[in-house]
Design a protein around this ligand. Structure first.
Ligand code: RB5
Length: 148
């Protein structure tokens, strides 16, 4: 798969680790940064990754900020994005199997390197089950086109 990776300044170290994990699994990885010492607000890279995945330029996105929360909220504002913030593998697996999540976010102040790599590995290797779950994902998509 083609995978785009980005973080804010709080997520640089974990982002580089999970980008390496994805590459070690054989994926084509594009890392949008930032580099250490460079400050970037999490909504900027959350939106960038969301737009690239929603446009089909990448199959999946990986995001890191301090908690994973802000950057996942930003990504989820992009229509077509189902971003999940995970701090343990079970939710990561289920977000793929049942929700067809296309962006994974993690918190660099929440998970360590080993756990972050494991969550990434399990998320990238779990297929969407489809079936009754596809209908539910379609219901989520329908919300995007509805007005309040
Ligand atoms: C930055 O300090 C921090 O607020 C950000 O990385 C993230 O945790 C926001 O959700």
């Amino acid at each position: 798969m083609r995978i785009v990776v980005a973080s804010d300044h709080a997520g640089v170290e974990l982002r580089k680790e999970i980008a390496a994990e994805a590459a070690e699994l054989g994926h084509e990885v594009v890392d949008l940064g930032p580099e250490p010492g460079e400050a970037i607000d999490y909504p900027v890279n959350g939106e960038r990754v969301g737009r690239l995945v929603a446009a089909g330029q990448f199959d999946r996105g990986l995001l890191v900020c301090g908690t994973g929360v802000g950057i996942s909220i930003a990504a989820n504002k992009v229509p077509g994005i189902r971003a999940v913030v995970c701090s343990e593998p079970y939710s990561a697996v289920m977000s793929r199997a049942h929700n067809d999540a296309n962006v994974l976010a993690m918190g660099a102040r929440v998970v360590g390197i080993g756990l972050g790599r494991q969550i990434t590995r399990e998320w990238l290797t779990t297929e969407f089950e489809g079936g009754r779950h596809a209908r539910r994902v379609e219901l989520i998509t329908a919300i995007e086109g509805s007005s309040s």
